[in-house]
Write a protein that binds this ligand. Structure first.
Ligand SMILES: *Cc1c(COP(=O)(O)O)cnc(C)c1O
Length: 382
């Protein structure tokens, strides 16, 4: 059986072959298997050197200082550490976020809300973007943190983080940005964006799953409280033996992403163009989210008169995602699509197609022709 065409790069990416090759050198007896925290022998020193080299590679992609990178188990942990760590120990804290954040941010903020933290939930426009004025209006005397994503994982739209960052820096409010979907897909510069805390993930950028990083600004100095204690690794912000192979993999993946950013963007723009061209003759197709401010690899489309669930069943040769979380009995439409004002009906008719480094023009054209066939068939039997 042929495998379906993979069009779910926003969910995860395969590890780049050269990254996997590098990672296996840090596991076995003949490799660099030592504990990076072992200070008394060469096994430890070598592992530490590999970790520090990867720290530089991750820092370089976002124009940070390597000392500002804290290793975590993924962007989910980075989001938790940034938000809980910024709020901890503050008197009567207030935070601002949006209703279309990743669950790692939403659920963390909801949990804090249940524990007495005040949360303002901003609603984006139909383009999926939070405007700087909305953030300004939400600020209060006790606001300690604003948490917003740079690129939305379902829509692919880009928020004006630089504009919001300028306001927050002036007001002395911490700014956390989840950039898991932005890194490797667009230029990201923590200084230009005036960000204080930034979450990153390995596996969205052709690195391994189970590793991530939190950028924590040093100047002006940002203080967050550790959420995992023991051993005092990572300048006391995140304890636990560092997974050298994972970290080396993420470092290499980020270095590749930096070198290939322009060519990869051009590649994805071409794929998107072929894909949309292939759909041009199909009526009743809407692109969800901002048309202008978006990364090229993520395309979220609603198909008039066609349920996403039926469409996905028909698209057996494509691996895509509906964005709807299907519980056994009830099918909930995507909270992101509802969040940008789509009716339940329209939200139920949306699918996310996400392309990546290993996608080909043939696959994009094939995907479009499959969609045209299945949508036409489903509309004919309505
Ligand atoms: C994938 C993703 C995460 C979670 O990252 P993990 O490394 O899988 O924990 C968080 N935020 C966004 C925007 C994501 O796309």
């Amino acid at each position: 059986m042929n495998k379906p065409v993979y069009l779910d790069y926003a969910a995860t990416t395969p590890v780049a072959p050269s990254v996997a090759e590098e990672m296996v050198k840090y596991l076995t007896l003949d490799g660099v298997f030592g504990n990076p925290a072992s200070r008394s022998h060469a096994y430890g020193w070598q592992a530490e050197a590999a970790v520090e080299s990867a720290r530089r590679q991750v820092a370089e992609l976002i124009n940070a200082d390597p000392r500002e990178i804290v290793w975590t188990s993924g962007a989910t942990e980075s989001d938790n550490l940034a938000i809980k760590g910024a709020v901890a120990g503050r008197d009567n804290p207030h935070i601002v976020t949006s209703i279309i954040e990743h669950k790692a941010v939403l659920d963390t903020c909801k949990w804090l809300e249940q524990h007495g933290v005040e949360v303002t939930w901003l609603t984006p426009g139909p383009d999926g973007r939070i405007r700087p004025e909305q953030v300004t209006e939400a600020l209060r005397g006790n606001t300690v943190l604003v948490s917003l994503m740079l690129v939305n994982n379902e829509l692919g739209c880009i928020t004006d983080v630089a504009g919001i960052g300028r306001i927050l820096r002036e007001r002395g409010v911490l700014f956390h940005v989840d950039a898991a979907q932005a890194a490797g897909k667009m230029p990201v510069d923590v200084s230009a964006l005036s960000v204080d805390l930034m979450s990153l993930s390995g596996h969205k950028v052709y690195g391994p799953k189970g590793v991530g990083a939190l950028y924590v600004r040093r100047s002006p100095d940002v203080r967050i409280e550790a959420q995992i204690h023991g051993g005092g690794h990572e300048r006391g912000m995140r304890s636990g033996t560092l997974p050298t192979h994972q970290i080396v993999g993420m470092g290499k993946a980020f270095a590749i992403a930096k070198d290939g950013l322009e060519s990869e963007t051009a590649h994805l723009e071409q794929l998107r163009a072929s894909f949309l061209q292939g759909l041009a003759d199909l009526d009743g197709v809407t692109l969800n989210g901002s048309k202008e401010y978006r990364v090229p690899g993520i395309v979220n489309l609603s198909f008039e008169g066609v349920e996403a669930e039926s469409l996905m069943l028909g698209l057996r040769d494509l691996a895509v995602s509906s964005g709807s979380a299907c519980a056994s009995a009830t099918i909930e439409p995507s909270f992101v699509l509802r969040g940008i004002g789509l009716s339940d009906e329209l939200a139920h008719r949306a699918l996310r197609f996400s392309f990546g480094r290993f996608s080909t023009a043939e696959e994009a054209t094939f995907a479009a022709s499959q969609i045209v066939d299945v949508v036409s068939r489903l509309r004919a039997v309505r």
